[in-house]
Design a protein. Sequence first.
Length: 163
Amino acid sequence: MVDLSRRAFFRGRPRPKAEMRPPWALAEGDFIDRCTRCNDCVRACPTHILVAGDGGYPTVDFREGECTFCGDCVTACQPKALQRAAGQPAWSAQAVIGEDCLPRQGVECRVCGDFCDARAIRFPPRLGGSPLPEIDGEKCTGCGACVAPCPTLAVTIKLPPAG
């Protein structure tokens, strides 16, 4: 198997670090090979969550808002680094709630659940403390609506480990 990052290094173009790519991005290696860093997808994003990341390649920043899965980024992508097939989910990313979550500190907070249109974040009752948020993996779309409103920035959107 060819180590493309090593090959790119010797050509003088080291591979950028893997970041969360726009919806419907090709697999990382194929995405990097096709993406011209034209930023057409960044300009097309109506919610402004796409930004230039490492090496100028587009990445997602949910601090600006959420992904509505409108597909405008795919339509704008001329090199076809983003490709949407019928019935294909945008990505397999899902919300993850970290230790800084206020209910884990004993403080009542349900902001992330209030912003989740998919109702993927539940707060089951708990004896002796504030209800802790639980992510329903079947419902979570990874849209990121829960990220920006979190007062402690405890919510992140993560892709499952490659494997």
